[in-house]
Design a protein around this ligand. Structure first.
Ligand code: ADP
Ligand code: ADP
Length: 230
């Protein structure tokens, strides 16, 4: 079991026309233990920027991120093996069957041995409750099914860290509950960081949380204490 520590991360985006840059992250430091961790903040707070930075998809201007022994910003290959990322929006080839697409992503993840790949793909389809849908085309998937498929992709390679960006936006209530239950199972075995603007996502699911606004961490605490204080 590992933990994730984020040290003094800052990021500014240059702004096209005006001289002022957008300061998306300002000296963000967080220590994230095992389990479910919520990053709560309004639109534009910097959540996606932080999630993409953790996923090695974007460079910050300053700071360091450690996942156990791995320096995420310097050891990108090791980091990518150790983490899974569910982006806010992702495209899926609509004509592909779920099972075939997951198999293809497994190859990309480096699981080249055919028999072990079949085992991994089966286990993930069952875990995400998509086993019965495995032969359906992704183009016909509902929002909830898409998100659960995204989790299956993110879980290829058994990551120690799962990064989930605004996963419940657009899900209907039943799908949302089902999705959050899936995440909470995962939180028992790894670090799961969940970004959201929905207070209930955090209060129902996460043991610890941070609140971010305008790129700054305003508060970091056990969820229960914060929710009782509201
Ligand atoms: P959130 O995910 O909390 O909505 P973001 O990280 O997407 O926040 O955005 C933080 C701030 O950075 C916002 O002001 C947003 O407009 C700006 N921003 C995000 N991505 C870019 C980009 N690629 N170029 C310029 N500005 C950006
Ligand atoms: P989020 O808030 O979750 O990042 P957005 O709709 O703000 O979602 O952003 C969608 C995409 O647009 C992201 O890739 C983000 O980097 C980019 N983006 C956001 N704000 C800006 C901006 N002001 N200028 C350029 N790109 C931006």
């Amino acid at each position: 079991l590992v933990s994730l520590s984020i040290h003094n991360i800052s990021k500014a985006y240059p702004n096209g026309r005006s001289a002022a840059a957008v300061q998306a992250l300002r000296d963000v430091s967080l220590t994230i233990p095992n389990g479910m961790y919520g990053l709560l903040g309004p639109n534009g707070a910097g959540k996606s920027t932080l999630m993409r930075t953790l996923a090695t998809l974007q460079e910050p201007d300053e700071g360091q991120i450690l996942l156990g022994e791995i320096d995420i910003l310097k050891q990108k290959d090791e980091a990518r093996q150790a983490l899974g990322y569910l982006p806010q929006e992702f495209g899926l080839y609509p004509k592909a069957r779920a099972e075939d697409m997951l198999d293809y992503f497994a190859v990309l993840k480096g699981i080249t041995h055919r028999a072990s790949r079949r085992e991994v793909v089966q286990a993930l389809l069952k875990q995400t409750n998509l086993w019965e849908k495995r032969r359906q085309k992704l183009g016909g998937f509902s929002g909830g099914m898409r998100q659960r498929f995204g989790v299956a992709v993110a879980l290829l390679g058994s990551p120690k860290l799962l990064i989930v960006d605004e996963p419940t936006a657009g899900l209907d209530p039943a799908e949302r509950v089902r999705f959050l239950n899936l995440l909470s199972e995962l939180g028992e075995k790894s670090v799961v960081i969940l970004s959201t603007h929905i207070v209930e996502d955090v209060s129902e699911l996460c043991t610890r949380m941070a609140i971010i606004d305008q790129g700054r961490i305003l508060l970091e605490a056990e969820t229960l204490k914060v929710v009782e204080g509201i």
